[in-house]
Write a protein that binds this ligand. Structure first.
Ligand code: PLP
Length: 435
């Protein structure tokens, strides 16, 4: 028999200790392929072992193979946060272990999910009355949107910008829908004139609020007018930048969102919710329902006003993700979320000012939010070398992209534990690597 309380205390102690010292660990794992497996038994145990054994291997074998996304100097991709309320809520979700496929399979799971989405819509200034649900990822949410669009216009193509996330093209491919790309302007925003030329016969247009490379925000309001005329579904991918709209001064990131047929925002990116949590809202739930509802014999259709969330996406079984989002929103509150978002934008702008002031370095794209694209004068190889040097040092972790044919470095602030000192340390590591 397991000693649940004893093991639980040890596990929680491990988690608390990890979060206290994570900032002292090298950010990127130094593991070579096979290192982690090499330290673990290739054979399953014949007899069950105590949980203690799991914690032992965690320290000895698994932790060295972890790149610490929850590190204050993780600045790669879109940095994120496993926050205290999110971590604790995940523990409770695992204990409840409900499947939120139908309202009846656990009424609270559906209702808390819907409530958390309503709260978030209020915090972001989205219109009232949207139908919301939580998906694992924005990739899935975009599949949902494009499947709905296909219901309305089978055979139509999908339009998105050259700077859209690859998940849009992938969703289109999965659905057997052609994806076409709209060129961007000098600030990496979808060109509305070019969109208008390609719109005829389109089933959907997917603009982005916060593109993956530079966080540019497409002109959604103008795009919506083109969609309206052509009868195309407008799905807004606000996976990253939508979160900024909790602050009034960043509401512009969702300008025109009220005109979208569907929207996705990822609290597991910039809203302090542990992986995975992707929020999808639509003002046309009946179309999404048409694309996904099914009532097999073993799940008879029910009369009534409740929602069965399995009818709004590809998955039948659904985790109780609403609890962690609700817990995060409840424990941070509007003030707490705003303070963190503002601080992250401040830190990114501070970093950008250092780049601007330092001879030999340049800013590579507009940077209104918490991500800065920059490069050192010189070749792509020089810049790749700097990135590798910094990441290998363990002092900080950054990522890269390509803009106008040139390799550029990206610093993304997004972890709730990041301080000004952490950003200074990353800058010092970059300058040292460039010598
Ligand atoms: N959309 C944008 C703009 C992104 O940057 C990303 C990932 O970084 C995605 C969608 C895909 O997100 P997910 O990993 O939740 O599928």
């Amino acid at each position: 028999m397991s000693d649940f309380r004893g093991d639980g205390e040890a596990a929680l102690d491990w988690v608390a200790g990890y979060l206290e010292r994570v900032g002292e660990l090298p950010v990127a794992s130094k593991a070579s392929p096979g290192d982690v497996r090499g330290k673990l038994s290739p054979f399953p145990p014949e007899q069950g072992e105590p949980f203690e054994a799991v914690l032992r291997d965690l320290d000895a074998a698994i932790l060295p193979g972890i790149t610490h996304w929850n590190h204050p100097r993780f600045f790669g991709y879109f940095a994120n946060t496993g926050s205290d309320p999110g971590i604790l809520a995940e523990l409770i979700v695992a204990a409840l272990n409900v499947n939120a496929m139908l309202w009846t399979t656990s009424p609270a799971a559906t209702e808390v999910e819907e409530l958390a989405l309503d709260w978030l819509a209020q915090l972001l200034g989205l219109p009232e009355g949207l139908h919301g649900h939580i998906d694992d990822t924005a990739s899935t949410a975009t599949i949902v949107a494009l499947a709905a669009a296909r219901e309305l216009r089978p055979g139509g193509h999908v339009l998105t910008s050259e700077h859209a996330n690859f998940s849009v093209e992938k969703a289109a491919r999965l659905l057997g829908v052609e994806c076409r790309f709209v060129p961007v302007d000098g600030d990496y925003r979808m060109r509305v004139d070019a969109l208008a030329q390609q719109i005829e016969g389109a089933a959907a247009v997917v603009p982005t609020a916060g593109t993956t490379s530079t966080t540019s925000v497409d002109p959604v309001r103008e795009i919506a007018a083109v969609c309206e005329q052509a009868g195309a579904w407008l799905h807004l991918d606000a996976a990253y930048a939508g979160s900024a709209a909790v602050c009034e001064e960043f509401r512009w990131t969702l300008d025109g969102a009220e005109l979208a047929d569907s929207i996705v925002i990822n609290p597991h990116k910039w809203l302090f919710t542990p992986m995975d949590c992707s929020c999808f809202w639509t003002r046309r739930p009946e179309v999404v329902f048409r694309a996904f509802s099914a009532s097999p014999e073993y799940m008879p259709e029910r009369e009534g006003s409740v929602t069965d969330l399995k009818d709004y996406g590809p998955a039948l079984g659904r985790r109780f993700r609403g609890l962690k989002l609700w817990a995060v929103l409840r424990c941070y509150g509007r003030d707490g979320l705003q303070a963190l978002i503002r601080e992250h934008v401040r830190l990114a702008q501070l970093f950008a000012s250092w780049i601007e002031e330092e001879p030999g370095w340049e800013i590579a794209a507009p940077h209104a939010l918490s991500v800065v694209c920059f490069r050192r004068e010189g070749s792509d190889e020089d810049n790749a070398g700097i990135l590798e040097h910094v990441n290998r040092s363990g002092e900080a972790f950054l990522s890269q992209t390509r803009l106008d044919g040139r390799l550029v470095l990206r610093l993304a602030v997004g972890n709730a534990r990041t301080t000004e000192d952490d950003v200074r340390r990353a800058w010092a590591a970059l300058r040292e690597a460039a010598v």
